[in-house]
Design a binder for this molecule. Structure first.
Ligand SMILES: Cc1ncc(COP(=O)(O)O)c(C=O)c1O
Length: 373
């Protein structure tokens, strides 16, 4: 047997990581401006993280959700404090798609409605419900397309949104804090406020997918907090575990839990909670949201005016731009030892660890300049 091939791979094997760097089998060092797809939030092998996980593994790796696990309470409290989402409850699962799946399900249970709204360019995951809200039919099988209950609306089209929501048929609107897979596309704050208002007026729940844009990446814990709004359900994953699989849904106190409504074997297990607690402690102790703002602004300022770059955009350490050179991503990797992300041809996505240093940012800017100018 061999692994099912799902992605186009670079022929590089990463065997070690430290801070913002990863190392391959030959010992070559790479600057990780990709964060393993926005997953590495507090840097590779952070000592507080590895120590906490090592200790927990030596004590207890797993026990079932049929008994109390105080680590779940500790994690929920830390998440409340860092996110400002007071009084919400937290359902823990294992991935981003699963978090969205459960959020959609909860919205439908709560409202008794069947349909949801998502936006042009949206990516919410590859399980059935999350995929139904993903605006890319090529990812869906005939099974997934049958009986799809999602309406897609053009980006930030408040007029159509109002018309659809006034039907009273929708359980929820789901939207990314910043669209990631689509190439770092930020919904305007005014639109987010209008969206919140329209949901309130029509009894529709607002689901904010912060799986890629959350956990401090944009300089606030959640990207939508920049618009000064709150959602009814917020989904998290990726950066919360810094590589340990964990996902979750922050749930409004208006939505009451009914036993058996949701469930999971692995969600909220001892190792996952330990990883996420350590991540939140590091983000707080090391002022990583402030660092994301500072180094993110440095990169945006540093890239402005470099020939061959256009449509530079982003917030904190979630940055995108178009390059005239379609090979820039490979050249950064093989000529400069820098991992970056992509989003379609020619679009570069930066999602580095929030521990990125000034020197790292300077090296990245100088590398792009030397390849393009
Ligand atoms: C915004 C967003 N939502 C959901 C997902 C799905 O997360 P996962 O791959 O953990 O299922 C992703 C993954 O890239 C994402 O970027």
């Amino acid at each position: 047997m061999k692994p099912f091939e799902v992605y186009q791979l670079y022929n590089i094997e990463i065997t070690r990581g430290s801070g913002t760097y990863v190392f391959d089998t030959e010992g070559r060092r790479y600057l990780d401006m990709y964060g393993g797809h926005a997953v590495i939030s507090v840097g590779h092998t952070h000592p507080h993280y590895t120590e906490a996980l090592g200790k927990q593994l030596g004590r207890l790796g797993f026990y079932s959700n049929s008994v109390r696990n105080s680590l779940q309470e500790k994690l929920s409290l830390k998440l409340e404090l860092i996110s400002g989402y007071d009084e919400y409850s937290f359902f823990m699962c294992n991935s981003g798609a699963e978090a969205n799946e459960n959020a959609i399900k909860l919205a439908s249970f709560h409202t008794g409605r069947r349909k949801i709204i998502a936006f042009e360019g949206a990516f919410h995951g590859r399980t059935s419900g999350a995929l139904a809200a993903t605006a890319n039919e090529s990812l869906s099988s005939p099974f997934n397309l049958a009986g799809r209950n999602c309406t897609f609306i053009k980006r930030w089209d408040a007029e159509t949104l109002e018309k659809e929501l006034s039907s009273g048929e929708y359980a929820a609107v789901i939207i990314e804090g910043i669209q990631g897979v689509a190439g770092i596309i930020m919904p305007p704050a005014e639109f987010m406020k209008e969206l919140r208002e329209l949901c309130n007026m029509t009894g529709t729940l607002l689901i904010l997918d912060e799986i890629q844009s959350g956990c401090g990446r944009t300089g606030k814990f959640f990207a939508h907090s920049h618009a000064g709004i709150k959602a009814d359900l917020v989904t998290v994953a990726k950066g919360l575990g810094n590589g340990f699989p964990i996902g979750g849904v922050l749930i409004s106190p208006e939505i009451k839990a009914v036993k058996g409504m949701l469930g999971t074997t692995f969600g909220g297990n001892h190792l996952a909670c330990t990883a996420a607690i350590a991540v939140l402690e590091i983000i707080g102790n090391e002022d990583l949201m402030q660092n994301a703002c500072r180094t993110g602004s440095m990169i945006l300022d540093g890239l402005i005016g470099i020939g061959g770059i256009s449509n530079l955009r982003g917030q904190g350490l979630m940055i995108g731009f178009e390059s005239e050179d379609p090979d820039l991503r490979s050249r950064l990797l093989f000529e400069k030892g820098i991992f970056t992300g992509a989003a379609g041809k020619g679009t570069i996505r930066l999602l580095p660890p929030l521990t990125l240093s000034t020197e790292d940012a300077e090296y990245f800017i100088a590398s792009v300049k030397s390849l393009l100018d």
